[in-house]
Design a protein around this ligand. Structure first.
Ligand SMILES: Nc1ncnc2c1ncn2[C@@H]1O[C@H](COP(=O)(O)OP(=O)(O)OP(=O)(O)O)[C@@H](O)[C@H]1O
Length: 397
């Protein structure tokens, strides 16, 4: 996580490996350190994990894609994660309109492909100089940003983002600490409604708000029966509030606890967040993100996690999910100690044979279930194919 002092680090985001090589060749010769990312998730992980000084951003990462939608969404996430990070958009000649849209979204500048080497290098130096003179201290990461790298999280967030601009109610379910409240805030932030959402705890609620707006109703399964009926009436009224219902119990269980008049409209769009242990691909990015965040918050250096430390984090059961990982990373920053503390629930240490054995058993079972089709087994396990291959190699499968 460290780089030689004085050598600016550029993250180049482009799915085209030839263009990546050309950029790396040019920029490393000119004294830059160059990191590569090939899609949005990898770019976010890099920015969360490394000290990046500037991002060069192509806006399309799938073969044949030309709309720039993926790149524009990434630009928004990058800004939420590091508000002062300069981002220069790199686009083909046909992409001027998209480049303009990117500038509107906060890109610092844009260059056309094929770029002119000298002009690109000059633009990088100018941008970095300007940033140095603005001298904004790196106390960023104040804005919470939702990290989603694993396939199941990306699918969940993509669905939530797609529905966000409508007034549709949604049911967000997942175990405690998995990120439901955070996702609800993101949905509201993308809804176009400028008024802040009302965050309500259903447990102990004695009355419903009079205002419409957006209600984030946490632990919806605990809503008292008289309020369940009142809420159902409000949803049937001509101008209902938008309800984002949050629950740690599964959708089927919820259907037994709430009347159909309530769970049917609320559950029309369901987004499920898996437990953290079921999506280990999110762990390195989340860990790096929280280390950076707490280092800035406490004015301390972020400790670097080496591969064994990361592997240990990926193997822990995390019964309290992201909330627990966040607390563990804050502790690491404060104590400067990268050994994860034992889980408060008294779970076994991360590298005991039993935990490794259970992971091996789970992987073997998934592979068998899918006739040793690695893609299908990986999807089932919430892993990417490379992550599954790494584990198969580790366990000699
Ligand atoms: N994907 C994520 N990226 C970054 N931070 C996250 C993510 N998911 C959760 N967090 C952080 O973890 C903590 C717990 O998240 P959150 O409060 O959204 O969980 P929850 O599912 O609503 O929990 P509960 O059911 O206990 O209320 C928060 O500090 C949140 O900012």
């Amino acid at each position: 996580m460290t780089e030689p002092a004085g050598q600016p680090t550029i993250l180049f985001v482009d799915d085209d490996t030839d263009i990546q090589s050309a950029a790396r060749l040019l920029l490393t010769r000119r004294g830059f350190r160059v990191l590569a990312a090939h899609d949005a998730a990898e770019a976010l992980t890099r920015v969360a994990a490394d000290r990046i000084d500037l991002v060069l951003l192509d806006l399309n990462y799938a073969p044949g894609a030309t709309t720039g939608a993926e790149g524009l969404a990434l630009l928004r996430d990058l800004h939420a994660l590091r508000p002062t990070l300069p981002v220069i958009v790199v686009t083909g000649h046909s992409g001027v309109a998209i480049a303009v849209a990117a500038m509107r979204e906060g890109a610092t500048d844009f260059v056309m492909k094929p770029w002119h080497n000298e002009r690109l290098v000059a633009l990088l130096h100018d941008t970095l100089d300007r940033r140095r003179h603005e001298a904004r201290p790196d106390t960023e990461a104040a804005e919470p940003v939702l990290i989603a790298v694993s396939d199941p999280m990306r699918a969940a967030v993509a669905l939530a983002d797609r529905i966000a601009p409508t007034r549709a109610h949604m049911l967000l379910s997942g175990p405690p600490g998995s990120g439901k409240t955070m996702l609800a805030r993101r949905i509201h932030a993308r809804s176009g409604d400028a008024a802040p959402p009302m965050i309500l705890d259903a447990e102990g609620l004695s009355a419903l708000p009079a205002e419409r707006g957006t209600w984030v109703l946490r632990a919806i399964e605990s809503l008292a029966p008289p309020l369940q009926r009142l809420l159902a009436d409000r949803l049937d009224a001509a101008a209902p509030p938008r309800v984002l219902a949050l629950s740690s119990v599964g959708a089927d269980d919820l259907a037994t606890r709430l009347p159909p008049r309530l769970w049917l409209p609320l559950g029309a769009v369901r987004v499920t967040l898996p437990p953290l242990a079921a999506r280990p691909d999110d762990i390195p990015a989340l860990a790096a993100h929280f280390l950076h965040y707490f280092a800035a918050r406490h004015g301390l250096a972020a400790p670097a996690l080496d591969q064994p430390a990361l592997d240990a984090l990926c193997l822990r059961p995390w019964p309290q999910n992201v909330r627990e990982l966040r607390a563990a990373m804050e502790r690491m920053v404060i104590l400067g100690d990268t050994t994860a503390p034992p889980s408060p629930d008294g779970d076994r240490a991360p590298d005991t044979p039993t935990l490794a054995q259970s992971e091996r058993t789970l992987i073997e079972a998934a592979l068998r279930r899918h006739g040793f089709n690695v893609s299908h087994a990986a999807r089932d396990l919430g892993l990417t194919r490379p992550a599954l291959y790494r584990r198969m190699a580790r366990y000699g499968l």
